[in-house]
Design a protein around this ligand. Structure first.
Ligand SMILES: [Zn+2]
Length: 255
């Protein structure tokens, strides 16, 4: 569909399985969007309660820790609204309940673009295809089409006041052929290492900062990544210099 047929992008909803998925998968791109004045909202399906590295940390503390980490990382890229769905980590399935709950968030946020994980396995980067990621991607695509736009799907949503909403655009991350997020040679200096903003998270035993400076070969400090949007020396994640390769974009309207 030609670009001029699409509505202007005012709100974007990012749906991921775990806290930190978006930080590894798209945070730099998110920063470019929020810097451009677009509202970005996160929906995180689980609390990441099966994650962490330190056995001395009580397991019951992990959900709160990971939620707080996600909230802090979101702020560094200009995202202030996060909806946690509270599903158990490691046991995500494409259930009707999950489709309904994502549909509820879509109807609430009413985005012009949804970003989700790929439901297709990436054989080149198996870690990208965690079972929860595959389920989250599939459930989100089902929620985009047909659930959220169908006023007769999940009548309880209408009863709660959430009217149907059609999402015009879907962007998928981590799918087959998406070697670290962009296949464009022009962006080959930009890698998929996470933003320094999450370098000290409970999911990251050692800081990862390589490749954080798109195109320049520089490595911004963590302090730089923590600056508010518009004040950073560079985008926090490397491959975000020009957004994603167009090949990763799918339009939901083209069906
Ligand atoms: Zn994950």
């Amino acid at each position: 569909m030609p670009d001029d047929d699409r509505p202007p992008i005012e709100r974007i909803l990012v749906v991921t399985a775990h806290p930190d998925d978006v930080d590894f998968g798209a945070a730099g791109t998110i920063a470019t969007w929020t810097d451009a004045g677009i509202q970005v909202v996160y929906c995180v399906i689980t609390d990441g309660d099966a994650g962490g590295f330190d056995p001395s940390v009580p397991r019951s503390d992990i959900p709160a820790i990971r939620r707080a980490e996600q909230e802090a990382a979101a702020k560094t890229v200009g995202v202030g609204e996060i909806h946690f769905l509270g599903y158990p980590d490691g046991r995500l399935t494409v259930s009707f309940e999950l489709r309904r709950d994502i549909s509820r968030i879509i109807r609430l946020v009413r985005p012009q673009r949804v970003v989700c994980q790929s439901p297709e396995r990436n054989w080149d980067r198996l870690g990208t295809s965690h079972p929860d990621h595959l389920a989250a991607g599939e459930a989100t695509l089902f929620a985009v089409y047909p659930d959220a736009r169908n006023p007769f799907a999940y009548p309880e949503l209408a009863e709660e006041g959430f009217e149907a909403h059609a999402v015009p655009e879907i962007w998928v991350m981590g799918g087959p052929g998406q070697a670290p997020m962009s296949t464009s040679p022009a962006r080959s200096t930009a890698r998929s290492r996470p933003c320094a903003a999450i370098a000290a998270s409970s999911r990251t035993p050692t800081p990862w900062t390589s490749g954080c400076a798109p195109g320049s070969g520089e490595r911004p400090s963590r302090a730089d990544c923590r600056k508010p949007p518009g004040q950073r020396r560079s985008a926090p994640c490397g491959w975000a210099d020009a957004g994603w390769d167009p090949a990763t974009e799918v339009t939901a309207r083209r069906r």
